[in-house]
Design a protein around this ligand. Structure first.
Ligand SMILES: [Zn+2]
Length: 255
């Protein structure tokens, strides 16, 4: 079985001691490809180092809404420069996060500017939405980008709108948490197979059984078995279709 973890954060400080060892160890696992997703200008160099050292890892470059207040004015020039790397396959993650207190107008401006830049560079986008569904969807309808709603937990009606724009959605081990899995399951049940990706968001989204630990890309296997059970299909089918979907949306040829 070949697995594609479509959203991981090996640039994160939680992997500062062992990110390259952890990535190399994946060669002995079923994880065949990883998309390392970017969050902040401060890690652009780390992302590029990861892409240069591990042939099966692709990446994105962009600014997460949580970090907008420390984002320098020239961030678009920086993204443009780093996105020239041949293994940068997307812009993001970008979007809106109303859970914390970052100013909404600034979040929206940086989100819109990255959507415009992604159009200019002809790259798909990775979208982060937390407690900002209506505003995110309004802006997506305006720009109609190619790309992925990451870790989306509803509402289902908005997800359907994203599908009508041609977007994909990625699921992770949120599906294992009794306290909040239902909205994610509702989204999963409405997702056409050809729009479904799997991810870990590692180190941030461990399976419920190990909720106190950091997770890693091999935990994407648990996402496959959860989806297979919930949709009553084989794990092989989920692995294969999500692998092909990830390659298509990130426009990655055969490795
Ligand atoms: Zn992320």
């Amino acid at each position: 079985m070949k697995l594609f973890d479509s959203h991981a954060h090996y640039e994160d400080d939680q992997f500062s001691e062992d990110r390259h060892e952890k990535l190399e160890a994946l060669r002995k696992s079923e994880v065949a490809m990883v998309l390392n997703c970017c969050s902040d200008v401060s890690v652009f160099d780390t992302i590029i180092e990861i892409l240069d050292r591990h042939d099966f890892v692709y990446g994105s470059i962009g600014v997460h809404p949580h970090w907008v207040t420390r984002t320098p004015e020239n961030f678009l020039d920086l993204i443009r420069r780093y996105a020239k790397h041949p293994k940068v396959a997307a812009i993001g993650e970008m979007g809106l996060d109303y859970f914390f207190d970052e100013p909404k107008p600034l979040q929206k401006r940086i989100f819109r500017e990255q959507l415009e830049l992604a159009k200019e560079l002809d790259l798909p986008v990775i979208i982060h939405d937390r407690d900002a569904h209506e505003d995110v969807m309004e802006i997506l309808e305006e720009y109609q980008p190619a790309g992925i709603l990451h870790r989306f937990g509803g509402p289902v009606e908005l997800l359907k709108k994203a599908f009508s724009l041609g977007m994909y959605v990625s699921f992770n081990n949120d599906l294992s948490y009794p306290a909040w899995r239902q909205p994610h399951i509702d989204c999963l049940m409405e997702t056409p197979w050809e729009r479904l990706l799997i991810e870990t968001d590692c180190p941030f989204a461990p399976p419920f059984e190990r909720s106190a630990e950091r997770c890693e890309s091999s935990d994407v296997k648990n996402v496959v078995s959860l989806i297979a059970k919930l949709r009553n299909v084989s794990e092989e089918f989920v692995a294969e279709i999500s692998y092909e979907n990830a390659k298509r949306v990130y426009r990655i040829g055969n490795p």
